[in-house]
Design a protein around this ligand. Structure first.
Ligand SMILES: Cc1cc2nc3c(=O)[nH]c(=O)nc-3n(C[C@H](O)[C@H](O)[C@H](O)COP(=O)(O)OP(=O)(O)OC[C@H]3O[C@@H](n4cnc5c(N)ncnc54)[C@H](O)[C@@H]3O)c2cc1C
Length: 371
């Protein structure tokens, strides 16, 4: 059997890096890169249809992928597909749903998305405006979702909607909606600060009629399924950034050795070598938390807290390391060509998706207080 980590690394190493600056500027998704990632089994990672790996291996594998893949947008697209769509479908889907979508999604010929965020419901999804109404033998969906990763590309969108709003959080449901379903629209991508090669956009549902078979899990289980998906996502979604931080630290060390000012390598100045040390400490702390979250068993609240800790610590470390990387590179770090300013723009976005940094801290605080 092939080594899954080596497979992921090799797939990422083969991606086209030369066009990245232009694609970032234009906001272009790397379709051929996606196909290469799919052929390596990554679009079905951890499922019967994709690259087999246990959770600790998944974390290592995605970090190795992120180290070689300079296109963080592609990494985000892959993670949104895996944890937002493939994960909940394979865990909570009926045999029929898995037969309909599983092989296509896991094989990468279909791209998945999860549509939860709304204009008036972001961190707090207990007051959804998107409605699902029971009609005839199925449901009719109406509403608008924002900032959905992969929305403009997605073949399958999992939609969170309020079915029995008077039941509050217990009245939500999830639906699997296929592109082409009348009433489902994914308008142009939203222009974003970072992750510009991922396509983030709206999902609009206008009298979108789906069959009873589109319900994912049970009526009323929407937020529980969402919470499960987010916990899984937070365990792994920042693994690629741990790889990206390693790549960045290596580049900074090379620069600190090679760049000479005042007749010495800039790494000889303690203010520069100190930054390298800070970067390494943040990276290794982030890596340690990634592995702890990936390996976590035990009580649900403790697992959730570790996942929140990993997600929070890695995204914050990534932002800080990007700032130091620019400083170490001086003006060259501020120039687009070096790719570090792009990394910073991407890193800032990671503080927001999958629950903001503030919400991760809330989860950690609650676990501390309640035990
Ligand atoms: C790159 C990217 C990709 C994304 N992908 C997806 C996707 O695939 N699917 C999807 O559905 N959504 C996606 N999102 C949306 C993301 O999940 C939301 O932006 C996020 O949940 C925050 O919601 P909001 O933007 O409405 O901010 P708000 O909830 O309005 O928050 C605004 C500010 O208030 C703070 N805040 C809110 N409540 C509290 C609290 N209780 N305590 C302390 N502070 C609080 C927040 O931390 C934040 O700083 C994505 C976002 C980004 C940037």
């Amino acid at each position: 059997m092939k080594d899954p980590i080596a497979t992921a690394r090799a797939a990422a190493a083969g991606l086209d890096r030369g066009s990245l600056i232009d694609r970032d500027r234009a906001g272009t998704f790397d379709r051929s890169g996606w196909i290469a990632v799919a052929e390596a089994g990554l679009t079905g990672l951890g499922t019967e249809y994709g690259l087999a790996a246990d959770p600790p291996t998944i974390a290592r594998l995605l970090a190795a992928f992120g180290e070689e893949c300079h296109d963080n947008g592609l990494s985000l697209a892959l993670n949104a597909h895996l944890w937002g769509c493939v994960g909940p479908l394979m865990r909570f889907g009926t045999e029929r749903q898995k037969a309909m979508y599983g092989a296509r999604l896991c094989g990468g010929s279909a791209i998945g998305a999860l549509a939860a965020t709304e204009p008036d419901a972001g961190s707090d999804l207990s007051t959804l405006s998107t409605r699902a109404e029971r009609r005839d033998d199925g449901y009719v969906l109406n509403g608008r979702k924002l900032y959905v990763t992969n929305a403009p590309l997605a073949d399958v969108v999992i939609v969170l909607a309020a079915l029995d709003p008077e039941r509050g959080p217990l009245g939500a449901a999830m639906f699997v909606v296929e592109r082409g379903t009348p009433g489902l629209d994914t308008p142009e991508a939203t222009e974003t600060m970072g992750f510009r090669t991922a396509r983030v956009g709206e999902v609009v549902l206008n009298d979108c009629r789906v069959s009873a078979g589109a319900l994912l899990g049970a009526e009323g289980a929407g937020l529980a399924i969402f919470a499960h998906a987010m916990e899984q996502e937070r365990r792994f979604i920042m693994a690629f950034a741990v790889g990206a931080m390693q790549r960045q630290l290596d580049a900074c060390v090379r620069r600190a050795r090679a760049r000479r000012q005042f007749g010495r390598a800039i790494g000889d100045f303690q203010q520069i070598s100190g930054k390298l040390v800070d970067m390494q400490l943040r990276l290794e702390t982030a890596r340690g938390l990634l592995h702890r979250a990936a390996e976590a068993g035990g009580r649900r609240s403790q697992r959730a807290a570790l996942a929140a800790m990993a997600k929070y610590a890695i995204s914050e470390a990534w932002v800080r390391n990007c700032e130091d990387a620019i400083q170490i590179h001086g003006g060259a770090g501020y120039a687009v060509q070096a790719g570090i300013e792009r990394e910073l723009r991407d890193a800032i976005g990671s503080r927001l998706f999958s629950g903001t940094s503030e919400l991760q801290r809330e989860t950690m605080a609650r676990t501390l207080m309640l035990g």
